[in-house]
Design a protein around this ligand. Structure first.
Ligand code: NAI
Length: 483
């Protein structure tokens, strides 16, 4: 039986390996991690991540041909194909701090693979890494174990959280990059054979290593750029009376542009977009391409601008201060159908409001109180390191935060309500009831275009919805701060 091992049991390692186990009953898949609680959760009834459809697949395969373990060395040494899906966060100190990818976890995984390997292996980059990482990994592997032959492949993951299982079941494409040598081509074919169990051949693309590595960064840069582009338009819509949803619909009808990924919002989040663009910026700078670096940097800057613009709308609308005022925050995850809060815009928006001494009452159907308090106490970029699982000193401003069990509790006696995640349940709330229990004037700030603006105004709310014609209340107020 072919044995696969995946190092890193996170949002990528867990779902991707579960899908391989489901579709390839002839392959034994072991997912390993240094985090004992994470592996314990994968082996329990409550999985460590929420992803629609994941539970069923894990429960169907676990203990059959899918195993979760902390015995990293044993499973790596037994496997023929080793995926590496560890974190590749943004460096927080030293050369390239705030931009470059921190490959500490990758390097330690590679050194461990070299140490324990007694047979030839294919090592697959599943994590998103800078271009040319494979070259460094090859050096680590071959210099530390001369008796074994390693082939490095790049197989970046394109799943989106919230739809991960669907994306894995029918991917737009699977990308495999390898060395253009006979051994490299053989390794590519071996990995291709795994995916060919369920992915049509014409969707499995093979390229050279560097194209595959760069394609992942390029894909995320293009996707994030689309969001920043429509968000930039949303600011102009508010100034001119245009409606960003109508503009998005009209431009999306152009088949060259397409309609997907054109929703204006309070900003993009998630563990990847910002990190990968900053990494791309750093790579451009290292290659002397300063103008190109500046071009991509703007995508992140517009995202920061969008978040601070939102906070400013809230504060300026509420008589220029939210100090001591209760503000309900509906949604904390970076998007619906996930409990993931990494780089969620809610963190920056909440911190902005806390900076003005607002009293926040936060509700999210999938995010725990402990996670919310951690996120609001953490320094930028620290979240993506495994030690984030260690105890943390909560910041003082977290005392101004209350976490509620539902939207009705969160909005009781609130002066304002901010919608920061597009959970379906926020579309169906009884806003009449919410209005009655809020302070007046009652404000809604919709960062996800979830609410029906006309209906809410009819009820009596003063409503701000990103990129929509402004409420008369807000027309003469300052629109945005500079970033
Ligand atoms: P994650 O933080 O959820 O999981 C990474 C896991 O690796 C952690 O559980 C950590 O304990 C473990 N780990 C770190 N060093 C280790 C070591 N030396 N040995 C064993 N385990 C180790 O991260 P996530 O979200 O799964 O991302 C992993 C990679 O995939 C990143 O490079 C990310 O950019 C990329 N990616 C993430 C996507 C997403 O939607 N989350 C989508 C596509 C790519």
């Amino acid at each position: 039986m072919v044995k696969i091992c995946c190092i890193g049991a996170g949002y990528v390692g867990g779902p991707t390996m579960a899908m391989i186990a489901l579709k390839c009953p002839d392959i034994e898949v072991a997912v390993v991690d240094i985090s004992v609680p994470r592996i314990a959760a994968w082996n329990s009834e409550v999985l460590p991540i929420f992803e629609p459809g994941l539970d069923e697949v894990v429960k169907a395969c676990r203990s059959r041909n899918l195993f979760f373990s902390t015995d990293v060395e044993k499973h790596v040494s037994e496997a023929g194909i080793v995926f590496v899906s560890v974190n590749t966060p943004t460096k927080t100190r030293g050369l390239g701090a705030g931009k470059a990818a921190d490959l500490t976890y990758w390097e330690s995984a590679a050194r461990m693979i070299a140490d324990v390997s007694k047979s030839d292996k294919i090592v697959v980059e599943k994590s998103t890494v800078p271009v040319k990482t494979a070259e460094a990994i090859e050096k680590i592997l071959s210099h530390n174990n001369k008796g074994v032959s390693f082939q490095i492949l790049s197989n970046p993951e394109f799943l989106a959280e919230g739809t991960a299982m669907e994306d894995l079941k029918s991917p737009d494409r699977v990308l495999i990059g390898g060395r253009e040598t006979p051994a490299g081509r053989k390794a590519v074919q071996a990995l291709k054979a795994v995916y060919a169990h369920w992915v049509p051949e014409d969707r499995i693309l093979t390229t050279n290593l560097w194209s595959a590595e760069l394609s992942k960064l390029a894909a995320n840069a293009f996707l994030a750029q689309r969001i920043s582009s429509i968000n930039a338009m949303s600011a102009l819509c508010e100034s001119t009376g245009a409606d960003v949803a109508e503009v998005a619909y009209a431009i999306g009808k152009d088949s060259r542009i397409g309609s997907r990924f054109l929703n204006a919002s309070v900003g993009f989040g998630g563990s990847c977009f910002q990190k990968d663009i900053l990494n791309l910026v750093y790579i451009c700078e290292c290659n002397g391409l300063i103008d190109i670096a500046n071009y991509w940097k703007q995508v992140v800057q517009i995202n920061d601008y969008q978040k601070s613009r939102f906070v400013q709308r809230v504060v300026s609308s509420m008589f220029n201060t939210v100090s001591g005022k209760k503000i309900a925050v509906l949604g904390f995850a970076f998007k619906k159908d996930t409990g993931d809060t990494r780089e969620t815009p809610a963190i920056d928006v909440c911190n902005g409001l806390l900076g003005d001494k607002a009293l926040l009452s936060i509700y999210d159907p999938q995010v725990t109180e402990q996670q919310i308090r951690r996120d609001l106490s953490m320094n930028k970029f620290d979240w993506d390191h495994p030690q984030h699982l260690q105890p943390l000193n909560l910041s003082d401003s977290v005392n101004l935060v209350q976490v509620s069990k539902d939207a009705y509790e969160a909005t009781k006696n609130a002066h304002g309500l901010c919608i920061l995640t597009e959970w379906d349940e926020f579309r169906k709330l009884d806003y009449q009831k919410i209005y009655q229990q809020m302070q007046k004037p009652a404000f809604v700030f919709d960062g996800r275009n979830v609410a029906n603006v006309v209906e809410l105004r009819k009820i009596g709310f003063i409503v701000y919805s990103i990129g929509k014609p402004l409420d008369p209340w807000m027309r003469d107020l300052p629109a945005a701060s500079s970033f």
